[in-house]
Design a protein around this ligand. Sequence first.
Ligand SMILES: CC(C)(COP(=O)(O)OP(=O)(O)OC[C@H]1O[C@@H](n2cnc3c(N)ncnc32)[C@H](O)[C@@H]1OP(=O)(O)O)[C@@H](O)C(=O)NCCC(=O)NCCS
Length: 211
Amino acid sequence: MENPIIIFGAGSLGQTALDIFQRNGVVVYGLLDDNKDLHGKEFGDISVLGETDDDGFLKLIGQKCEACVAIADARVRKRLVKLLNERRKVQPVNAIHETAIIAQSAGIGHGNLIAARVVVNPGAEVGQHCVIQSGAVIETGAKLGNYAHIGTGVLINSGVVLEEAVFVGTGATLVAGITVGKGARIGAGSVVVENVAAGATVFGNPAQKLQ
Ligand SMILES: CC(C)(COP(=O)(O)OP(=O)(O)OC[C@H]1O[C@@H](n2cnc3c(N)ncnc32)[C@H](O)[C@@H]1OP(=O)(O)O)[C@@H](O)C(=O)NCCC(=O)NCCS
């Protein structure tokens, strides 16, 4: 990447993205966050510059800088992607850790954050604007819809289909072949053995719907 990056989000995912870019030798211009308490905070020599809708920084994106959206809340991620698409006519770039292993035949869209030691196996497909945290495994042929959030150490087995904006908590296991509907949430540590309806929240082993 030739241009420096502006990272949207200065929380834990923003800091993860910063580390990924710096390890990859990509210059980070700064971070933006709507939490005013973070403004002026420094991570090494990189500062939190201001809010995510600051025109002074937004106007740099496109010609002089690239953008990366590193925010856990999928609704906020979606809003910022829309803002970048509409106001700056750009797509956010991927942040992929140098230790992630991505099969040659796997498909990776744009705007994804893929953390340390993630494995994406052959034929798997990752959509756009997903977050895949450290050590998660996306098995052969699994499909992640746009805005998926996969927690640390999650195991998504072969052929699993996640529709848009599915959240999978830390350490959960999804058995092969199931489908998880749009916007569903899987609790941390759950073992999911059957399809999950859109919008549902499930936890436990076997995972069951929250009444
Ligand atoms: C699935 C989840 C998002 C639901 O959050 P929520 O809607 O705020 O639900 P709550 O946390 O209020 O929990 C509701 C109930 O389910 C229980 N519960 C929550 N998570 C649970 C889990 N993983 N396993 C079993 N029970 C769980 C709670 O104890 C609570 O029970 P109660 O009603 O008897 O008090 C959340 O529980 C979760 O697991 N988050 C994962 C966090 C994580 O992995 N973060 C790292 C990646 S960013």
